[in-house]
Design a protein around this ligand. Sequence first.
Ligand SMILES: Cc1cc2nc3c(=O)[nH]c(=O)nc-3n(C[C@H](O)[C@H](O)[C@H](O)COP(=O)(O)OP(=O)(O)OC[C@H]3O[C@@H](n4cnc5c(N)ncnc54)[C@H](O)[C@@H]3O)c2cc1C
Length: 632
Amino acid sequence: MPTELEDNPTSFAETALTLGGKSAEEARRTGAVDRADEQVERLFTPEHQTNRSPAHRAVWDRGVPVSEFTSTTPVVPPEVQRVMEASLAIARRHVTARTLFDSAGKVGDEVLAELAAEGYWGLLVDKDYGGSGAPFAAFAPFLGRMATIDGTVAGLASIHGCIGAVDPVQTFGTPEQRAKFLPRLASGESLSGFALTEPCAGSDLTALCTTARLEGDQYIVHGEKLFISNAALGRTVGLVCLIDERPAVLIVDLPSSESDQFQLKTYGLHALRHLHNRGLVFNGLRVPAENRLTPPRGDGLTIAYHGLNRGRVTLCANAAGSMRQLLASMIPWSKFRVTYGAAIEKRELVQRRIGELAGLIVGADSLVAWCSELLDKGYRGEMECIVAKIFGSEALKHAAIELAMKTHGGRSFLHGHPVGDNLHDFLAPCIYEGEGEMLSMSFFKSLVKQHGQTYFEPIGKTLAAAGIKNPNPLNPRHALVLARVARPYLRWQIAERLRWRTAPELPAMPAPLRRRAEFACDELQRMSREIDGTLRKFQLKLADRQCRMTELSRRCQDLIVMLCSSLYAARQSSEVVHHAAEVLGDSLRHRLANERPDNKFYRRVTQLGEAIAEGGFPGLEEIVPSEILMRY
Ligand SMILES: Cc1cc2nc3c(=O)[nH]c(=O)nc-3n(C[C@H](O)[C@H](O)[C@H](O)COP(=O)(O)OP(=O)(O)OC[C@H]3O[C@@H](n4cnc5c(N)ncnc54)[C@H](O)[C@@H]3O)c2cc1C
């Protein structure tokens, strides 16, 4: 029974599950984010909303809906394939010729124009507007391939197509707005970015200050944006600002020169150094009123959340490509570097790192395939895309520092080395598009919201109305009040306790992968009772138990990664991919169960590393090998 109930009539959703603390002001502000979230939810059909999503059902339904965790190989229309291959060839040619970057070290205008001519920027734009209408399930893994050649070129397409102007205009624009913007976004005449963050508003989106005031048929914009990727004169941005005190999105064509009304703010930024990232200062810039996007429900945050989901999947794809680059740099180096009379590729520590990295790549590949297909099926995919974002960014950080940097030793820090030169790019994904632990809390919040609203909110409200602060079932008055309102919850608890383990309906798959998938399904099903216990224990104070929320969230996420990667690997023909998924599954299980790796695991992972050093790994073919520096 409840133990820490507070006398607070505010709804469970708005208070107990907020990311902030206790004050009324915080509850109000996070309540605003909650409402925006609910508005996004209503854009989707009931069967595709969060509480019917695979991640949610895996925990709360009887039996994990395995088929919804299984991805397929996307069908890529020939015209889309042509654009993709041509774009890859351009990037490859410029990387080989060392002409990708201009004198300022940014991806050069000539490269951007060549990519535009092949249709790269229009891949996600509908055919009706001059794009090639690629399914997202084809686009996302393609960006992973592009990232094996160059992460910035891949990142630019993600910014433009997912979080920049393409997705908002295509999803929320009127026919007139689509006709106005999409053809030039598709042709690359306008490249776009997404301007949400402000000096005072990063994690806290309720602190937005930039405003737009209607004057005649124009909005007058005042305010400052910070950290905006792909921000340059003449580009287009999806600007999140306040209109009549509510978040809204204006599509803003940035002027071609600075003026009193608009300036770019430059600063040194270590991450994403091959693209422009700047602040935008608006001091009365005029924007046509017709450029305001109005979603059918909700407001500017609704629009922002929609694109961010896609961006999180392509971020994971980019991470997979970058990890392949790291792997491709480790293999020749480990063959070249001889210490104590043997190449380091023969050493267990190095073999373990290579094997572990392969596991992380398969994990990221599997999440990209899974999430992008879910989005194409019409799912909102909020929780699933968060899993992909966090896994991709954390895996890349781990790969760069623990696996690649340690293997390359001192040379990692030489100018011109793939690890040292790009270290900040490998770390920054943990922060942009939502810092990982903050997102972990969002995942948890989405996971428990329905359960909390169904069972805990009525109890809380009734007790609060009866003036009972610390309910005690032994107190007859409390027991009477509780008996009335707690019945549905007690029924749920009894049903949970009587619930038989239903074996997951797994497809035909190799036994080692099946065992890992079964483990993941069993544990996901067990999470419901543990999460329920946490809700019962902390009640409205759960908002302040951030460490517990992120820990539970992290465990659910690890299990989802284990399930997805096992299912994904099972449908690949490569044995190396199977073994990589096994290694990833074991590493996740060690973390989940606080288990020490046994000798079998070390044998498995080092043999995998040895096999990859000898025979390669799928997807390394595109990579232009990096030079070995300071040869002896
Ligand atoms: C390379 C790069 C590119 C970027 N590109 C873009 C872009 O194109 N467009 C754009 O709009 N933005 C962009 N950003 C901004 C990025 O999205 C933000 O940096 C990010 O959302 C975090 O915001 P912040 O830096 O203001 O962190 P802050 O809000 O200052 O938070 C700092 C940390 O405090 C902690 N924290 C904050 N609030 C809480 C809380 N309630 N509970 C517990 N912990 C908390 C979190 O760990 C958080 O990471 C970019 C950033 C970088 C580094």
